[in-house]
Write a protein that binds this ligand. Structure first.
Ligand SMILES: [Zn+2]
Length: 259
C-alpha cells in the first residue's frame, strides 16, 4: 500500500546515508519499529534536520512507498536535546533506545513502549532520580511490556501472594518461591547461579515496576541496600533475556565504572 500515513513515535537511532540523507529507526505507536529515509535531512536548511535526530518525539507524516518509508514532516514535536549536554544522561537515553529496538516488533502496535520510552526520557532529562535507578525500572518495565515479565506475583508452589519476608527468585524460570516452600534460612547465602534470595521489599518494587501507571512508575524510592538488591535482580533478569551484546550498554558500563 502506498500513500501518506501519520505515525506517532520516537526516533530511536539515526545514521547518515549518501551525501545529504539520513536513515532513521522510529518506534511508533501504530506500526511498531519502522525504518525510514529522511531525504536531504543533512542539508543546513532542511526542515527534517532536527526531527531526524535521536530522541525526537512527534507525529511523523510518512510516505509509504512500495519498498520503503520516507519522512515528509513532523508535528507536535518534543525534543530531548538537553540530554546531550550530560554525557551520563545521553548514554542512558541511547541505551534505552537500543534496548527498545530489542524489545519491540515491526508492524505491530507498540503504544505501551512508546509511552514508556517517552516517560523515561523525561525522567532522565529532569534528573530527579539517579540515572542508574531509572535504568533498572525502565529495563524491567520494557521487558514486561514485551510480554516477558517474571511472575513475581505469587509463590510458584503454594500460590501464596504475600506474608513471606523473603523469596527465592528463579532467574531462568522467572518464578518465585516463598520462604517456606524454598526452605530459605539465611538472607543471602542461598544465592545460587540461577537463583537469588530477594526480600519482600524488592519483590514488591518489582511488582510495582511491572504494574504501575507511567505517571507514577519512576516515583518510588528504596533505601540504598534495597536499591542495590533490586538492581542485582533486574540485572540478572535482563542478562537472561538479552542474548547479544548491546553497544550502548558496554559504553554505559565503562562510564559507570569510571564514576
Ligand atoms: Zn510457597
Amino acid at each position: 500500500m502506498t500513500g501518506e500515513i501519520t505515525l506517532t513515535g520516537i526516533v530511536l537511532s539515526s545514521m547518515p546515508i549518501g551525501d545529504y540523507d539520513r536513515r532513521v529507526s522510529i518506534l511508533t505507536c501504530e506500526k511498531g519499529r519502522i525504518s525510514a529515509f529522511a531525504r536531504n535531512a543533512r542539508r543546513p536548511m532542511s526542515s527534517l534536520r532536527a526531527v531526524s535526530m535521536p530522541f525526537t518525539f512527534g507525529k511523523f507524516s510518512i510516505f509509504s512507498g512500495r519498498d520503503a518509508y520516507s519522512v515528509n514532516s513532523c508535528e507536535d514535536t518534543v525534543f530531548f536535546d538537553s540530554l546531550s549536554s550530560d554525557i551520563g544522561k545521553m548514554y542512558h537515553a541511547m541505551y534505552f533506545c537500543e534496548l527498545m529496538s530489542f524489545f519491540t516488533r515491526e508492524n505491530s502496535e507498540e503504544r505501551e513502549q512508546v509511552k514508556l520510552l517517552f516517560t523515561a526520557l523525561k525522567v532522565l532529562r529532569d534528573g530527579k532520580i539517579p540515572c542508574s535507578f531509572a535504568r533498572r525500572i525502565f529495563e524491567l518495565r520494557c521487558l514486561a511490556n514485551y510480554g516477558e515479565a517474571p511472575n513475581i506475583f505469587e509463590c510458584s508452589v503454594c500460590s501464596k501472594k504475600e506474608d513471606s519476608k523473603k523469596w527465592l527468585f528463579d532467574i531462568k524460570q522467572g518464578t518465585i518461591k516463598c520462604e517456606n516452600c524454598a526452605g530459605i534460612k539465611s538472607t543471602s547465602s542461598n544465592n545460587g547461579i540461577n537463583t537469588l534470595v530477594i526480600p519482600e521489599t524488592v519483590r514488591y518494587a518489582m511488582h510495582y515496576t511491572i504494574t504501575s501507571p507511567y505517571k507514577t512508575l519512576f516515583g518510588f524510592k528504596l533505601i540504598p541496600e534495597m536499591e542495590e538488591r533490586f538492581t542485582k535482580a533486574v540485572d540478572a533478569i535482563i542478562k537472561n533475556h538479552v542474548d547479544k551484546p548491546l553497544k550502548t550498554l558496554e559504553i554505559l558500563e565503562t562510564l559507570e565504572y569510571n564514576q
